[in-house]
Structures are given as C-alpha cells and as structure tokens.
Design a protein around this ligand. Structure first.
Ligand code: UT7
Length: 333
C-alpha cells in the first residue's frame, strides 16, 4: 500500500448559538440536567438559508489552503454526509462545483453517520494506497438541526451543526500518517438511532404506507450503553495494531457525543485531561464533523501541538464505529 499524508484540515461552524437556557423555551428542561448528563452547554445551528453546503465549502477551503494544493490537483471528493441539504445532487457534487474542482473526477457522499470521517478516511486510504487516486478531499458536513425534532428533549439537547474537511494525498516522502485504522458496523441494532425518509407509496396501490417524519429518533440509553462498552476496547485494539502503546500516543480526539462517553474512553486509556480534546460544551454533537472541528480548534487553542500523534474514534447511527491512529504533521491546520 502507498503511504498517505494528511495534508490539511479545516472546519466551519454556523454563528447562531442555542444555549441550554434557550431550550427551556421549547420544553421542560434545565441547564443543570443537560450539562450534568452530556457536558453540553450550547450548540451552533444554521439559520435562514445557510446549510451544510456553506459550512462544508468553508471547511474545505480552509483545508485546501493549508494543504497548499489547488482545486485542479484533486482527483476524488468524498463527503461524509448523513443529513445533507439535498439527497441529490450529493454534497460531494455540489461542493465540487462550488470549489471549482474539475468536472472529470468522481465526487460522492458516504453515509456512516457520526463515524463518517473515519469511514471516509478508510475509503480514501484504499484509493490512495492502491494507486487509484492520489489527492482526495474529504468533507464531513451535516445540518443536524434541520432534522432534529425540536419538541423531543431526549435528542434535541444533543445535536448541533458544523463541518470539517481533510485533504489526504499520497505521501511522497514515504511516511504514512495512518498508523492504523478500523471501521465496523452492526446493522442489527440500527433501530437505536434512525431517521425515516418522508414519502409514501404511489397513490394507485391498494395499501398506503406509513409516512416517515424525517426526524432523528434515538434510544439514548441503548446508544449510551453501546458506546461505553464497544468503543473503549475497540480503541485499544486500534492502538495495538498501530505498533504504538497508548502512552506513546499524544492525544485522544474522540467524536463529541457525550462528555461521559468521552471520559469512558479516557479512563480506559488512563489519559490525563490534557491529552483528551473535548469541545462538546460549546458545539454539542456535530456528527462526522466533530473530530476535525476538535482537532483544528485544539491546535488553535494550543491544546494540541502538531508533529504529534492522535487516536481518533467515533460511533454513530448504523450502528457504526471506527478508530484511527494518525500522525499530525506540522502545518496541517
Ligand atoms: O452519535 C450518537 C449520538 N447519541 C448519543 O451519544 C446518545 C447517548 N445517550 C445519552 O447521551 C443519554 O441517554 C441522554 C443524555 C440522551 C439521556 O440521558 P439518560 O440519562 O439516558 O436519560 P433518559 O432518556 O433515560 O431519561 C431519564 C429521565 C426521564 O424521565 P423519567 O421517565 O425518569 O421521569 C426523561 O423524561 O429524564 C427525562 N429527560 C429529561 N429531563 C429534563 C429526558 N430528557 C430530558 C431533558 N431535560 N432534556
């Protein structure tokens, strides 16, 4: 397999902030209840005509600028999108046009919910590793707030909008930035988190179908149990196959779903707080974008020093989950 370089990372967040206090206008809840159970104080949401396309575009522009590449250098676009503004054209195709990336390359969306960034990285690794493509733009962008049931206090406290992007290329210097990567799924527990598409049968058939409401439905307790039992040992397996020990890895950059889930991984790895990147307090769960947002913001805030290594891990609807041990080169964000 050809080695892969992570060449640039970027993120974008909408400006509108919804605090826990704001949510008390929608239903009976409190900042104390939400914060103690999730670690979330506020989240960002799109407003007006702003969509995940705008967020993904901004994040991609930043990642491309950091990589030093030009739009014409790309030969594939993969978008990790579970809640795109349009099912088609895909977010990948829309961003290709907006970014001015030449039209003779493939662009597609991949749906793995909150694990989308790690799935996309694994697919990109397959393409680059086997020489099919050399320079891939990954964008993780969702407008979760548009399919959130804002009357459901069990789900609407959790999600926020945001986008992250990553440029990956063949590593000309032979140094592989992906030390190990694993992705998995268990469709038999898919009912833990689901969104039914709106739509119905042809009016000419005899039996009408149930009409999906297009909203997020979640069994929070089951998802929580799944995450704390599945993800920590999985992360350990991923670390074991990287050839490094947990102590040798500098940072844990987990999917930001619930502070208590993050702590369950932290405790398993026996990591001190300074090794664990958490910004869930301000953004909630931005699905596949949460890892790149945490990475770049961690660098901006001086919590992450580049020229280091990190374990990325995530889980989400599907159920899907994944982990990767990566090298973070200087200058990627
Ligand atoms: O990427 C994957 C994303 N999903 C997750 O990571 C979700 C993981 N799960 C969780 O984070 C937690 O399950 C939640 C934070 C969503 C919920 O916490 P919980 O401790 O599992 O609460 P619960 O749903 O079992 O509800 C406990 C009680 C219920 O009242 P009763 O039936 O005991 O009287 C709920 O009605 O808390 C009530 N409740 C609330 N009360 C105030 C539920 N949501 C709220 C709320 N404010 N927002």
């Amino acid at each position: 397999m050809k080695p892969i370089k992570i060449a640039g990372v970027g993120y974008s967040l909408p400006k509108s902030v919804i605090t826990n206090e704001d949510l008390t206008k929608l239903y009976e809840t409190s900042d104390e209840w939400i914060y103690t159970r999730t670690g979330i104080k506020e989240r960002r949401v799109v407003s007006g005509d702003e969509t995940a396309i705008d967020l993904g575009f901004n994040a991609a522009q930043k990642a491309i600028a950091k990589s030093g590449l030009k739009p014409e250098d790309f030969d594939c676009i993969i978008c990790a999108a579970s809640v795109p503004p349009q099912l088609y054209p895909t977010l990948g195709c829309t961003l290709q046009a907006k970014l001015g990336i030449p039209n003779n390359i493939p662009a597609f969306d991949l749906t793995a919910a909150c694990t989308g960034l790690i799935y996309a990285l694994q697919v990109a690794r397959g393409f680059i590793g086997t020489g099919i493509y050399k320079t891939i733009l990954i964008v993780a962008a969702d407008n979760n707030s548009k399919i959130t049931d804002w009357s459901d206090r069990g789900t609407s406290i959790l999600f926020g909008d945001g986008a992250g992007a990553m440029v990956v290329t063949e590593a000309e210097d032979g140094i592989d930035d992906i030390l190990s990567i694993k992705v998995s799924a268990d469709g038999s527990i898919g009912h833990f988190i689901y969104t039914d598409m709106p739509g119905q049968c042809c009016p000419l058939v005899q039996q009408a179908s149930k009409v999906g409401d297009g909203k997020i439905h979640m069994n929070g307790k089951e998802v929580y149990k799944f995450a704390v039992t599945t993800v920590p040992p999985y992360v350990e397996e991923c670390i074991a196959s990287s050839g490094l020990s947990a102590e040798q890895i500098d940072y844990l950059i987990p999917h930001q779903a619930n502070q208590r889930i993050i702590e369950s991984i932290q405790n398993r790895l026996k990591y001190s707080d300074d090794k664990v990147i958490s910004n869930i307090k301000y953004y909630g769960n931005t699905s596949a974008a949460s890892i790149p947002i945490a990475l770049v913001e961690g660098v901006e805030q001086g919590k992450i020093k580049l020229d280091s290594t990190a374990i990325l891990c995530g889980f989400g609807a599907g159920m899907t989950w994944g982990a990767a041990v990566v090298r973070l080169r200087k200058g990627i964000c």
